[in-house]
Design a protein around this ligand. Structure first.
Ligand code: CA
Length: 227
């Protein structure tokens, strides 16, 4: 049974989310603040974290940062309407998706399932090892090596990179890249793609400010350099 860590300080919402996720067949652990959440993540090794950004004390973004320091566990954020900056920062920190409050618990369950599907698809997405220039994407093992150096990616970053490396030189619009990583109807939020690309560049580019692999196509989107 897959385990979800729900980080939410409001008891009523936490209970609602827990009930729906349990009903959907997940094991659920609830943490009411950031410190407990980080300790629980280390202890129970969840398959996914649902993370409210509005937490007392250590805030949700800080918790996301803490989680990313130690793992690539998928993160679905709960954000307040209008908190666009937090959403972008969260995605930049490596969160995989977000749901805006007030949300329907059914929608949250659908997002959780979609992110887990993506994670599993990424790890069983093929038997090949893709190679372009000195970038190697090992699909079955979900591993990336750049210039002989292993790189740790989140599931979303991995999907994004794999989609582009599969077709080097092809220009992808932000919308096409969203499709490639989500595979479900998604509140089309194209700046999310920019946030993930920025993260990917930090991880794979020798000089992120002057990318060699992940190139911007102005006014359109991105392409992976053909060797
Ligand atoms: Ca809250």
């Amino acid at each position: 049974m897959r385990k979800i860590l729900v980080v939410e300080d409001e008891g009523k919402i936490a209970r609602l989310v827990r009930d729906y996720l349990e009903h959907a067949g997940f094991e659920v652990v609830v943490a009411g603040d950031g410190e407990v959440a980080l300790a629980e993540a280390r202890r129970s090794r969840p398959d996914l974290v649902v993370l409210d950004l509005g937490l007392p004390g250590r805030d949700g973004l800080d918790v996301a940062r803490g989680l990313r320091r130690v793992s690539n566990v998928p993160i679905v954020m709960l954000t307040a309407r209008g908190d666009e900056t937090d959403r972008i920062v969260g995605l930049e920190l490596g969160a995989d998706d977000y749901v805006v409050k007030p949300f329907s618990p059914k929608e949250l369950v659908a997002r959780v399932r979609a992110v887990l599907r993506r994670t599993e698809a990424a790890s069983s997405g093929g038997t090949e090892v893709l190679r372009v220039a000195d970038v190697e994407v090992d699909l079955p093992r979900m591993r990336v090596v750049v210039g002989g150096r292993p790189v740790e990616l989140t599931p979303t970053e991995f999907q994004l990179l794999a989609a582009m490396v599969r077709e080097p030189g092809r220009v992808f619009t932000r919308g096409q890249l969203l499709d490639a990583v989500h595979g479900v109807a998604f509140e089309s939020y194209e700046r999310a793609v920019d946030a993930h690309v920025k993260n990917l560049r930090k991880k794979i580019e020798p000089t992120p400010g002057h990318p060699r692999y992940l190139l911007t196509v102005h006014g359109v989107g991105y392409r992976f350099a053909d060797a």
